[in-house]
Ligand binder design. Structure first.
Ligand code: URA
Length: 202
């Protein structure tokens, strides 16, 4: 049974509260010392499409908003190209706190934070999960039992995979991380093409 809007709001608020006090995380001290925030997620709580990035960068940790820096501008451009607003989708990350100096998230950090993402998926019940970058692709595909189909992102970006969830069948679409498009024009073209796949789920 899908949750009501009020139930979704309350459950997502609970996640926010838990993350605010997530002292178990090795990233908690770094967050507090720098006056950063955890980045829970943003967008429609009834979204059909959920985007899952890797971890917040500095801008995100300072504002508590996912993808609000340079990568966010690319993501906005991609959304615009298929006539989607940020408010129509839900955007989050696997890891909810900023790793030091923008390093890649560690496997143990992904394991530690992933249950929050799992709960967000169960609450929002998206029809499509579009992963942004190889870390979220790896986590989400493994979570839904698609280990046999996992390949390097250069081979499976823009492809659709069917997954079974507690609330029915969904699609997983691995996409390149928007940051790759910042420095590589051909990756930007590829990302624009891959976003076209999402059109039919709008
Ligand atoms: N990169 C990510 O993976 N997530 C963000 O929120 C920002 C940059």
């Amino acid at each position: 049974m899908p949750l009501s809007l009020e139930e979704r709001f309350e459950k997502l608020k609970q996640i926010r509260e838990e993350l605010l006090h997530f002292e178990n995380s090795p990233l908690y001290k770094y967050r507090v010392e720098n006056k950063y925030y955890p980045v829970v997620g943003e967008g429609s709580h009834m979204a059909k499409i959920m985007f899952v990035g890797e971890a917040p960068g500095k801008n995100e940790a300072q504002t508590a908003r996912p993808f609000c820096g340079q990568s966010g501008r690319i993501l906005d451009e991609m959304l615009e190209s298929i006539k989607l607003n940020r408010s129509d989708v839900y955007i989050t990350n696997v890891v909810k706190d900023r790793p030091q100096e923008n390093r890649d998230p560690l496997p143990e950090e992904i394991i530690l934070y992933a249950p929050f993402l799992d709960r967000q998926i169960e609450i929002i019940q998206p029809k499509v999960i579009a992963t942004l970058g190889r870390f979220s692709m790896g986590y989400v595909m493994n979570k839904f039992g698609l280990f046999d189909m996992l390949r390097p992102i250069s081979e499976i970006h823009g492809k659709e995979f069917v997954a079974s969830t507690s609330y029915g069948e969904i699609h997983i679409v691995p996409l390149y991380h928007p940051a790759v498009a910042l420095y590589n024009g051909s990756h930007k073209t590829t990302l624009l093409q891959d976003f076209q796949v999402l059109k039919k789920y709008i």
